[in-house]
Design a protein around this ligand. Structure first.
Ligand code: 6YU
Length: 525
């Protein structure tokens, strides 16, 4: 097989999310010239997507021409990633956002960077219950502290091992049932409502982990996820601004848009009629186009791989890699944005919780998804500052109920959410004036929101996902397929910074595969 210089080698990145963009950027900076990104959709950014709530369209008729004037609503909303989790020096997304001057002063301050609260920002809450009550701090604080303590304990088995139960959900529920009577024995009148609050908090954790139930999240691996210091912050102009800036640093024609990849043929030995050189990979797109490559960095979401693992690669993946893809969790977390004329929440409120008073038995799974999906909608974040966003709240819903919500019309969702808000606030006139919801499960190139370490999984499953092909020891050309994307990062899976670091990691793998020789790179083999 011919020796390739790095500059000549044909590299394709599949997917133009932040991991793919990061990988391409690093390779180009290191002198690789033939780098392309193949993207299924018409846009860059993948699960980083900024939208606007309520685009109004008006038509102007002018000299026989229709001019469509799009007047955009002022409120930016994040359909996908929301925050920089742990915005401090160690976080590469934070560093880039600072370099591109995309954050406000407060988010960049040393003070904010130093705050270390283990990934649990202390938002000012309002708690509403299904009988139209608003709970006071004396009722809610003990339940929140109790729950946070159980969650912290759930994270400790990663280092120590010997987890008593297989999942976080089973552990938290068992410990809550065991300890609550003693914990609140002086205040029995509030025990039932506090158990219902714990149910609401479990539903919230389903959103954080992107899972249907915390019973699916592995207790032993829960602590693998690492948090960074810094008070989570947002992008005032939208997360997609980060993507726009990164894309500006790449050549204009680097991305081949609207080209879903159907199958990556690796260890591909057939020679085309006119090709002088055999490249080991042939990328086949859905539209029939093909591309020959030396190396492919696969960054498609784990959800997509799970759904298409039998057809996306030929030959298929080795069994241990397939099993890890099946074992790892990938779930749905959706958002429902609502805009109001006037707020129904307190001025300082940042988070609105909904507590079902009849849910005193601990089980965060809703039994009848179609009838009761709305019960899984557990909280709303209030978008701040108000002068930037208007009176907008963002509802969170995870799991199969969330997937079912995606199948309903916007009108049906609006109707159900309005009924719920009226019930919980005791105010029969509350009426949202705009709604926008995400539908991540039905996005054909995401197939859900993000990954989690499922029951029975360990860090080795993530390592298996990230392992390049062919496997070490094979006689075939090395590093044909490399794997990046959020689900391949051991400590920061499910985040934007994890995705970016994984793209850089795979670019580095290729860079160190080619060593400098007489002023240019050449392959080690
Ligand atoms: C973060 C946050 N955040 C909310 C919601 C979502 C996500 N995340 P991409 O998918 O971006 O790119 C792949 C590309 O491949 C894509 O463009 C496809 O079109 C393309 N493709 C697919 N198939 C193809 C084919 N066949 N051919 C060609 N192209 C193809 N992260 O840091 N802060 O606030 C949130 C949130 C609703 C959906 C998030 C957040 C996750 C990030 O968005 C996500 O990780 C990255 O954008 C992924 O980038 P990528 O390049 O890998 O893939 C203890 C413990 C618990 C652990 N969890 C802690 C929770 C932390 C996560 N929190 C998330 C919360 C929110 C609100």
């Amino acid at each position: 097989m011919a020796l390739h210089s790095a500059r000549d080698s044909q590299i394709f990145v599949i997917g133009c999310g932040i991991s793919g963009i990061g990988a391409a950027q690093k390779l180009l900076k290191h002198g690789f010239r033939n780098v392309h990104i193949i993207e299924a959709t018409a846009r860059s950014g993948g699960r980083i997507r900024t939208g606007r709530l309520g685009i109004c369209m008006s038509y102007l008729f002018l000299s026989h021409l229709f001019i469509f004037l799009f007047v955009q609503g002022h409120n930016i909303v994040e359909i996908g990633a929301n925050w920089i989790h742990g915005p401090s020096k160690e976080n590469p997304v934070f560093r880039l956002a600072c370099d591109y001057q995309l954050l406000d002063k407060e988010s960049m301050s040393e003070e904010n960077q130093a705050i270390d609260i283990g990934g649990h920002p202390l938002f000012v809450p309002n708690w509403f219950t299904s009988s139209g009550r608003k709970l006071g701090p004396e009722t809610m604080r003990p339940a929140v502290e109790f729950f946070m303590n159980l969650l912290e304990r759930s994270q400790q088995f990663h280092d120590s091992g010997g987890e008593p139960l297989p999942s976080v959900g089973e552990f938290v529920k068992a410990e809550a049932e065991r300890l609550a009577p003693e914990e609140w024995k002086g205040d029995q009148a509030n025990t039932a409502i506090r158990m219902a609050m714990i149910n609401a908090l479990l539903k919230k954790e389903c959103c954080v982990s992107g899972t249907h139930t915390m019973d699916d999240v592995g207790l032993g691996a829960f602590g693998m996820y690492k948090t960074l210091p810094g008070l989570d912050c947002t992008f005032p102009g939208g997360y997609e601004g980060l993507i726009d800036h990164m894309m500006k640093e790449l050549p204009n024609d680097i991305v081949l848009y609207n080209k879903p990849v159907k199958c990556i043929h690796w260890n591909y030995t057939k020679n085309g009629p006119n090709s002088k050189e055999i490249l080991p990979i042939m990328i086949e797109c859905v539209n029939g186009e093909t591309f020959a490559a030396d190396h492919v960095i696969v960054t498609v979401p784990l959800g997509y791989l799970k759904k298409h693992q039998n057809t996306f690669l030929s030959p298929s993946l080795p069994l241990h890699k397939m099993h890890s893809i099946q074992r790892m969790g990938f779930g749905t977390n959706n958002k429902i944005f609502l805009e109001f004329e006037q707020p129904f929440w307190d001025e300082d409120c940042e988070l609105i919780y909904l507590v079902w008073e009849d849910e005193t038995h601990l089980a965060e799974v809703v039994s009848d998804v179609k009838m009761s999906w709305i019960r899984k909608l557990n909280r709303f974040t209030v978008l701040k500052p108000t002068d930037r966003y208007g009176h907008v709240i963002c509802g969170w819903i995870a799991g199969r109920e969330s997937e079912y919500m995606e199948t309903l019309s916007e009108f049906e969702v609006l109707h159900s959410v309005t009924q719920i808000l009226r019930l919980f606030t005791g105010n029969p006139t509350i009426t949202p004036r705009k709604l926008l919801r995400s539908q991540w499960f039905h996005e054909p190139y995401s197939c859900g929101s993000y990954s989690y370490v499922a029951k029975g999984c360990s860090g080795y499953d993530i390592d298996n996902l990230a392992e390049p092909l062919p496997l070490k020891g094979s006689n075939s050309k090395p590093l044909q397929l490399l794997f990046a994307g959020e689900a391949t990062h051991r400590s920061f899976f499910s985040t934007v910074h994890g995705a970016l670091l994984s793209g850089w990691r795979e670019a580095e793998r290729l860079i160190s595969h080619y060593t400098p020789a007489s002023g240019s790179f050449s392959s080690k083999l």
